[in-house]
Design a protein around this ligand. Structure first.
Ligand code: UD1
Ligand code: UDP
Length: 382
């Protein structure tokens, strides 16, 4: 029996972990035992517990309750806690998802005591090192033994960095194996889509009509913390709603919620609050989010996960970042990168309004990425 230790902490990691946990429970429970460590990076019920309840993820075996803090302090506390658990549990490997401080802490703790690292969502690059996530991903990939790239581009990025396309085992820190395997979030979207249709009432509850509203999310640190950018984003949202008489619903990340009143001009802040077409709501559950995505006319976001889900559910997407690591979305023509530029955002919206047909080619696998990953772990980790 393989003992596998999963590190989660931030909302998107909890959701990603659901895909593997589900497959372990249904197909590999005789071969893999999963120990889940929650770092506590996200801790509000609607940023954490709701996903365990709704997505049937086993209760974490450990919670480090690290909470919020500066990058250094938060990551250091996590490293200390994860190291202690690794020494006690002696797992065969550790699983890291994506690019958060929780992933980085797992990478540092495990690599120093030679626990093999499996990195899921490997190879993603924005080529912008001012983004904390870019540093985290490069560091995680650099010490991983099995690297699962969700897209062709991510796989190619690893090859460009010197990872071998083909090599033979046994695989190790010094002889890592890279795969192009599809995206576990695509697995999740397929699995939970029908359940969301059946269970979620959020569209009706918010008086939204199918295909007649915009879904927006904003949480990237540069967008929330830089007043010029945050003001430009909300000016664009306000104008689009008024000029098109379209509702815009914004499930708001706690980081953004805390900074709106501080970083928006007082005039814009009160305009947004009194604009009846703009509805700011608390973070929603994953099933609710899927329902909002599936029924929207268009999605505007700076989230990595949400821009992909827009594509999974065949919606055009305005990417509120200077660049994206999911370049395939832009190449397909269904997503436009506008950065936090008011006129570019409005231009993109106008373009999408006029577009009759979008292309959504198969870019993210066949919905079985988690199963593939489990099989490779069983084959290659001793
Ligand atoms: C983190 C990840 C980011 C990911 C995002 C997903 C890093 C460096 N960033 O960003 O890659 O896209 O999660 O949502 O790891 N807060 C609360 N309650 C919570 C969690 C956070 O109030 O449950 C507030 C705190 O004020 C905190 C702030 O949000 O300081 C930021 O949280 P943090 O986890 O540091 O970064 P995120 O912006 O969430
Ligand atoms: N999400 C959610 N509720 C929300 C906002 C997002 O369930 O209110 C989900 C979303 O569907 C996606 C994931 O959270 O699966 C994305 O997380 P986030 O945007 O916080 O982080 P990122 O993907 O940018 O790292």
């Amino acid at each position: 029996m393989l003992k596998l230790l999963t590190i989660i902490g931030a909302r998107p990691q909890i959701i990603k972990a659901a895909a593997l946990s589900r497959i372990i429970q249904t197909k590999f429970s005789d071969k893999i035992r999963e120990i889940i460590v929650h770092t506590g990076q996200h801790y509000d019920d609607n940023m954490s517990q709701v996903f365990f309840d709704e997505l049937n993820i086993p209760h974490p075996n450990y919670n480090l309750n690290v909470g919020s803090g500066s990058h250094g302090k938060q990551t250091a506390l996590m490293i200390e806690g994860i190291e202690e658990i690794l020494l006690k549990e002696k797992p065969n490997c550790i699983i890291l998802y994506g690019d958060t401080n929780s992933s980085l802490a797992g990478a540092v703790a495990a690599s120093k005591i030679l626990v093999p690292i499996i990195h899921i969502e490997a190879g993603l690059r924005s080529y912008n090192k001012s983004m904390p996530e870019e540093i985290n991903r490069i560091m995680c990939d650099g010490v991983s033994t099995l690297l699962f790239a969700p897209t062709k581009t991510a796989f190619g990025n690893l090859v460009k960095e010197g990872f071998k396309k083909k090599n033979v085992g046994p695989f190790s820190f010094d002889n890592p194996k890279i795969y192009h395997c599809g995206d576990v979030m695509f697995d999740n979207s397929l699995f939970f889509s029908a359940i969301a249709d059946e269970k979620s009432t959020i569209v009706k509850d918010n008086n939204l009509e199918q295909g007649k509203y915009v879904l927006a999310t904003i949480h990237r640190n540069n967008n929330t913390d830089e007043p010029v950018r945050l003001n430009a984003l909300f000016r664009a949202i306000n104008k689009i709603s008024l000029e098109n008489k379209i509702k815009i619903i914004l499930p708001i990340h706690p980081r953004t919620a805390k900074l709106l009143s501080q970083n928006l001009s007082s005039e814009l802040y009160s305009t947004i609050k009194t604009n009846e077409l703009i509805k700011i709501i608390s973070p929603v559950s994953f099933l609710e989010m899927i329902a909002l995505e599936k029924n929207a006319f268009l999605i505007m976001t700076d989230s990595g996960g949400v821009q992909k889900e827009a594509f999974f559910f065949k919606k055009p997407c305005i990417i509120l970042r200077p660049e994206t690591e999911w370049v395939e979305l832009v190449k397909s023509g269904s997503a436009i990168v506008t950065d936090a530029k008011e006129t570019e955002i409005i231009k993109a919206f106008e373009k999408f309004k006029k577009t009759k047909r979008f292309k959504f080619p198969d870019l993210f696998g066949d919905g079985n990425a988690a199963e593939f990953i489990c099989k490779e772990i069983i084959k290659n980790i001793k």
